[in-house]
Design a protein around this ligand. Sequence first.
Ligand code: AMP
Length: 611
Amino acid sequence: MSSDERTFRELGLSENLLRALDDLGYEKPTPIQSASIDPLMAGKDILGQAQTGTGKTGAFALPLLNSVDQKLNAPQILVLAPTRELAVQVAEAFGSYAKHMKGFHVLPIYGGQSMHQQLSALRRGPQVVVGTPGRVMDHMRRGTLKLDSLKALVLDEADEMLKMGFIDDIEWVLEHKPENSQLALFSATMPEQIKRVANKHLSNPVHISISTTNSTVESIDQRFVQVSQHNKLEALVRVLEVENTEGIIIFVRTRNSCVELAEKLEARGYASSPLHGDMNQQARERAVEQLKRGKLDILIATDVAARGLDVERIGHVVNYDIPYDSEAYVHRIGRTGRAGRTGMAILFVTNREMRMLRTIERATSSRISPMKVPSPETVAERRLSRLGEQIQETINGDLDFMKNAVAELCQQLEIDTDLLAAALLQQVQAERPLQLPAIQERQRDSRDRDDRGSRDGGRERPRRDSRGGRPQPTSFGSAEGLKDKPDVKMCRYVIEVGRDNGVGVGNIVGAIANEANIDSQFIGQIQLFDQVTSIDLPDGMPKDVLTHLRKVRVCGKPLNIKEAGDTAFPEQSDRPRRPRNDRPRGDRPRGDRPRGDRPRGDRPRKPRDSE
Ligand code: AMP
């Protein structure tokens, strides 16, 4: 694939789509997008060899959406996908790209979902339908899905559909599509049967595959960490704690994730700054200069912004989001190992992206070795040894007064010095506990949901009531569902911190989001009372996360979180008064950092520049 440097605008996408891409924080088309948008907009068929992680959904969704007639309420684009998860993900991607297109509807349909619900949704005439082959065929046979107005059919992950036994259904759908409609076939691999389908049904297709630059990368120790989207932040923080790091560059995909991650790391005490294409030149140069001089340890960058970056101090490159192709990978990791030094590159991959990892390995003729997320024990060891270093420094000072205090306390409490020391240590470590909860990998369903969450750079807004203003008080004890995520089951919890402690909704969201590593979009209704607060969280929170949350302090008080169950109703005078829209945009309000999240103190704080 030739390197096409055109922007989304130059590729000719409509203003509505450009606005949506800007909202999502996409800075430039990925290689597969640059290559697919032209031919698909010109009405050509394409055969794309690309896997998840390359931006292939946008590669077909954007150009096809460009020619959708919003006033026509009939399916114009049909996408076949192998699984329910993928169908929903792709439908969500269409939805976010088309968010400024008035009257636009997209519908995912898959087996296992109520037929009745699907029928009434189909009657509304969505312009885009994304479905699994069996269910799509079913509706076509019943006459409830008509393809008379179809402009394009997309087969997404065709090899996966083949593996799942859908080949006959696919053939059937292909035979029933209108003759003049376009066909795009995407597949990570090209087994014989897929080639046969391609030869039979594609007419004069443009072939597209992601770059396979054969560059080798030396002097860089390359590792990968397999982690779900949900656990990435926790995994990153552990890696940062354990690795002996100098300067670090962390690569993410979008401007939005760049800002969000910088805020989250800063909240955890890391001297970090975003570096993205929307920052003015001066702000970018300042960030890079600060990294060079050691005033900053971490830059969180997008590919666009990190172009040409040459800082000797960079010992680590972390690919927090997997790059779109091997070329981008080589480019990213080349930011370390400068000036003859050795460097380390760590790549975070979700299950679905494992294939992309192998492609990168092949293309770069290098081995990327697996690396485990540091265990709680390893992190605890590091914390303990750091604590030891700090104590050593203190020992060098004058401690006469304290020695007397120790003797007096031991006498007063009738305990020996060991017990006193242990109790003091317990107090000292409260904010950065030596015992960490284990990372819980969620079940596949929710992992997929998380992966979807990242698709739009995590920009889904917190839920409001239907009028967009104050939340409606609900009865204490039963959780409200998330409006944007009705499939996430919620549970109501109570925490023992309330208005009387000076707590705000922002403190609570910040503490829960950071300490339980929950995306703020999954935090539901919060009601502040004088003594307590109720909060709705996804059902089935792991036990160790709850145990940890119990100890987290906000406004000086431990949360002591527990399921609300039959908790008694607060008095009428204790009714929630604060509107829920005082919640912060991100996970943590600036200058409103929860106690449990204080910086470690052994890292420099990020200089507060007025950017
Ligand atoms: P896909 O390969 O389609 O599954 O996309 C993988 C991820 O890349 C999704 O989270 C998308 O939101 C994101 N993505 C797709 N295109 C771009 C782009 N041009 N810039 C930044 N992120 C993108």
